[in-house]
Design a protein around this ligand. Structure first.
Ligand code: ZN
Length: 133
């Protein structure tokens, strides 16, 4: 169970990251922050490219940063955009790789929590490791 204090802290980290987004093409900045099982926070922003398909979402940057630092279990992820947009399908799949119980906090740039989901809510019946057995 995440306390309001922890949720607010995670949203604040995502909001702080949001200003560093590199989104010169879509002008749709995304800030994200993921909370590891051990209580560490890693943030990320979307990073676009002139070759559009090479861009990567903020949620995946945050998760990949955490994984590259040795974390594979996450409690929650916060996503901040100007209109509290929900994570795209690719990010939902990446989140599901590390657990469908993860809480997803969707907030706006005012720092207001607009929606709260689990990954399972956002990607029901997801494809995973078990499907490859
Ligand atoms: Zn995405």
């Amino acid at each position: 169970m995440l306390t309001k204090e922890i949720k607010d802290k995670l949203i604040q980290r995502a909001k702080d990251a949001w200003v560093r987004a590199y989104a010169p093409y879509s002008h749709y900045s995304v800030g994200s922050a993921v909370l590891t099982e051990s209580g560490e926070i890693f943030d990320g922003v979307n990073v676009e490219n002139a070759v559009y398909p090479l861009g990567v979402c903020g949620e995946r940057v945050a998760i990949f940063k955490a994984v590259s630092e040795g974390h594979r279990s996450f409690q929650a992820i916060a996503v901040v955009t100007r209109n509290a947009g929900t994570p795209c399908g690719s990010c939902r799949q990446v989140m599901a790789e590390f657990g469908t119980d993860m809480i997803v906090l969707v907030a706006n740039t005012a720092g207001e929590l607009i929606q709260e989901y689990t990954v399972a809510d956002l990607l029901p019946d997801s494809f995973g490791e078990a499907d490859l057995q």
